[in-house]
Design a protein around this ligand. Sequence first.
Ligand code: FES
Length: 406
Amino acid sequence: MSNEVKKNYTNQELNAMSNDELARLGTELDDVTVAFRKERFPVANDPAEKRAARAVTIWVLVGIIAAIAFLGVYIFWPWEFKNLGEEGHLFHTFYTPLLGLTSGISIVALGIAVVLYVKTIVPEEISVQRRHDGPSSEVDRRTLTALLNDSWETSTLGRRKALQGLLGGAGILFGLVVVAPLGGMIKNPWKRGELGIMGDGTLWTSGWTLHEQGVKLYLARDTGAIAEQHSGETGSHWTTVGVSRLVRVRPEDLDAGGMETVYPLPTSLVNDGDMYNPERDVYEEHMHSVHGPRNPVMLIRLRTSDAEKAIEREGQEDFHYGDYYAYSKICTHIACPTSLYEAQTNRILCPCHQSQFDALQYGKPVFGPAARALPQLPITVDEEGYLIAKGNFIEPVGPAFWERKS
Ligand code: FES
């Protein structure tokens, strides 16, 4: 094999060789044996060749049209959330399926075009290569270039200008289909908006930050309630009027050893108990609280025998209310929800990378990659017996990032 092939060629000798000769030399030097090779269309302008090229062209065109449709939907389709019954709700519900459909068709069509091209136009060839170690010699590099040139020639793409253009266009559009959605994720982490139930847009605020502006915040549980269907003489419709997604929590709502996820609920958005008004629609605001990325808090009721052993962190001695402790649910590793509370060991487990936090020791990490304690929310009970926040978190919630001081 390669040991029998002459390897030392001068530049003059290499320059004197044609592309075919260099390609053949390359296969020999690479210990490649071409076991079988057959042109698909030995006769130029074979009608079957035209048919094959047409099929490839059609699939590339389908891919291009779908990619353009994807970009059109992504940029122009009305994507903003609309409640059931609100004008534009139907269009809004089609946004995500249309993105999936158009990007899926464009990727599949492009894939089919490539497979068809290889299966019906590129010459059939079976080559066998033996592996060898070490870097490539000058001869190898030159011959490899020649081989690539040869592949380009034999692929016949060089003379199919229309298909070349289409494939180039499809490649660019396909790239845009992949890259364009990333644009939606780029945001300025320091850009402040108005402070609301989801924070002010920066990484160190949440709905609980509203407490710093004197807003009374209840700890509220998510009931999972959805829009209700109302029927009347004029027909039926769905409405969120009178539906309360978040309701206030009292200490007696939780059993000893229990855990409940709670969200901030300002007095102005309360619609339960003696403050219930069936005419009010607070549903959307409640959902904003539920979706606030740094809002979820784990309200844990320790068993009294365990609570007696609890160790408070300096400066947080009065953050708990009796046996009730409230820790941020956002993992300090990389922000998964630390959803699992194990009552026997009083450990909070993050399912993402198995960090464990000790609920008896101010949420300090005791296992896994998380390096910071879960921030603790100061809580108490108001004169009506509802659990409320006594203050904001004293440190940013979530993973350690570059401006963290704690
Ligand atoms: S995000 Fe919680 S352990 Fe990694």
